[in-house]
Write a protein that binds this ligand. Structure first.
Ligand code: S3P
Length: 428
């Protein structure tokens, strides 16, 4: 695809599609709850549709119309053995979270996904699930396909997470619903807490204190009506586009503003970004608001430590912003980026370098000196949705035509990305 950059600005008012993390959880928790769950603004991206497909294979009726989804919950023990292998496509969240639920069933399951999924580490869930008594194995005890067989009753664990990961935490909590004793998770720093919030909303006995989560099994989960807020990880591309394209101003309505996800806003504001939050409110136990953003002169900053889990998915687009910021931006402690849909450190450094950015790869992050005038280039997306969208924003700021290969991955998380961009981009 050709991206024509130069002399552009962004203007207008938009909504972004529903949050990916919350959409997955609504299907999963809705499926094991009793009664109907009605989900509004569900993300019809490929990852979340993989979750729908898996739960349908496990015997749950799920009806989709426009942007609403109805899940006929079967209760904790109502899932049925799937005749087929469960296929999660590109979705790490699906395979890691569903494994927690399947570990507690009295039937066997096999789960796998695409080429990228087959290379992603699953020992991070296999190990704690085994501590809970689960019968789970993978290739070399690390990679999909995962095979989960019935076990006697699971037991609760006290698990100290070696890395902050919401997928691992959620997997353990979902398995903990099937355990005969309490589960306690100690996080090195806080990762996204949508599972905790949604489980509580559905009636689970779950308490969080600082970086610890306690779950007492036994409560019934009851189906609910859920409105999914806009995905701040998708909004991030439009926010950075607005900040770096002269003369831009954008209002993004109804975005999820959960504190475990708003690291991107804190960092961009520290970089000098003119960003305001308006109309803050609460929707089914998740904070939501509107984001007003304007073109700004940015400056480089350091990003590390506890901040990283709060913006892990936004680092590629932060790197794009840093190429346009005055001074040095240093990103550290982000080694987790190497085991996402692609090695995101390598991918973004290689491609921004091609565009003329002054960017250096570190083992756990990158150093970027700005500002650089980016030049149009022939770019690779590594079949990674967040790399593709980050590069498109970078290409819009370059004068001339860039060529991007393999952009289909964008459908994973932001299916109407191009329609939204077209509706807000103006040629000056
Ligand atoms: C997610 C958690 C994060 C994030 C991923 C979605 C989730 O991964 O990178 O895109 O929905 O729980 P980790 O928890 O592995 O860091």
């Amino acid at each position: 695809m050709i991206i024509r950059g130069g002399n552009l600005s962004i203007k207008g008012e938009v909504r972004v599609p529903g949050d990916k993390s919350i959409s997955h959880r609504a299907i999963m928790i809705g499926s094991i709850a009793e009664g109907k769950t009605i989900i509004h603004n569900f993300l019809m991206g490929e990852d979340c549709l993989s979750t729908v497909d898996c739960f349908r294979k496990l015997g749950v009726n799920i009806f989709i119309s426009d942007e609403d989804v109805i899940v006929e919950g079967v209760g904790l023990y109502g899932l049925k053995e799937s005749k087929d292998i469960l296929y999660v496509g590109n979705s790490g969240t699906t395979i890691r979270l569903i494994s927690g639920i399947l570990a507690g069933q009295n039937f066997s399951s096999t789960i796998t996904g695409d080429e990228s999924i087959q290379k992603r580490p699953m020992d991070r869930i296999i190990n704690p699930l085994k501590m809970m008594g689960a019968n789970i194995s993978g290739l070399l005890n690390k990679f999909p396909p995962l095979r989960i067989k019935p076990t006697k009753k699971l037991i609760g664990v006290e698990y100290r997470q070696p890395i902050p990961s919401a997928q691992v935490k959620s997997c353990i909590l979902l398995a903990g619903l099937y355990a005969d004793s309490d589960t306690k998770i100690l996080q090195p720093s806080m990762s996204r807490d949508h599972t905790e919030r949604m489980l509580k909303y559905f009636g689970a006995n779950i308490v969080t204190k600082d970086n610890e989560v306690y779950l007492k099994p036994g409560n019934k989960l009851i189906g609910k009506e859920i409105y999914i807020p806009g995905d701040i990880s998708s909004a991030a591309f439009l926010i950075v586009g607005t900040l770096i394209l002269k003369g831009s101003k954008l209002l993004i309505r109804d975005v999820g503003l959960n504190e475990t996800r708003t690291g991107i806003l804190d960092v961009l504001i520290r970089m000098g970004g003119r960003i305001k939050i308006l109309n803050e409110r609460n929707l089914n136990n998740e904070p939501v608001g509107d984001i007003l953003v304007e073109y700004s002169e940015l400056k480089g900053i350091d990003i590390k430590g506890n901040m990283i889990p709060r913006l892990i998915d936004e680092i590629p687009i932060i790197a794009v912003a840093a190429t346009q910021a005055r001074g040095t931006t240093v990103i550290k402690n982000a080694e987790e980026l190497k085991v996402k849909e692609s090695n995101r450190i390598k991918a973004i450094v290689n491609e921004l370098k091609k565009m003329g950015a002054d960017i250096e790869e570190l083992d756990d992050g990158m150093i970027i000196n700005g500002p650089s005038k980016l030049r149009p280039s022939n770019l690779k997306t590594y079949n990674d949705h967040r790399i593709a969208m980050s590069l498109i924003i970078a290409a819009l700021s370059a004068d001339g035509d860039s060529n991007l290969q393999e952009i289909e991955s964008i459908k994973i998380s932001f299916p109407n990305f191009f329609d939204i961009l077209k509706s807000i981009i103006q040629r000056i």
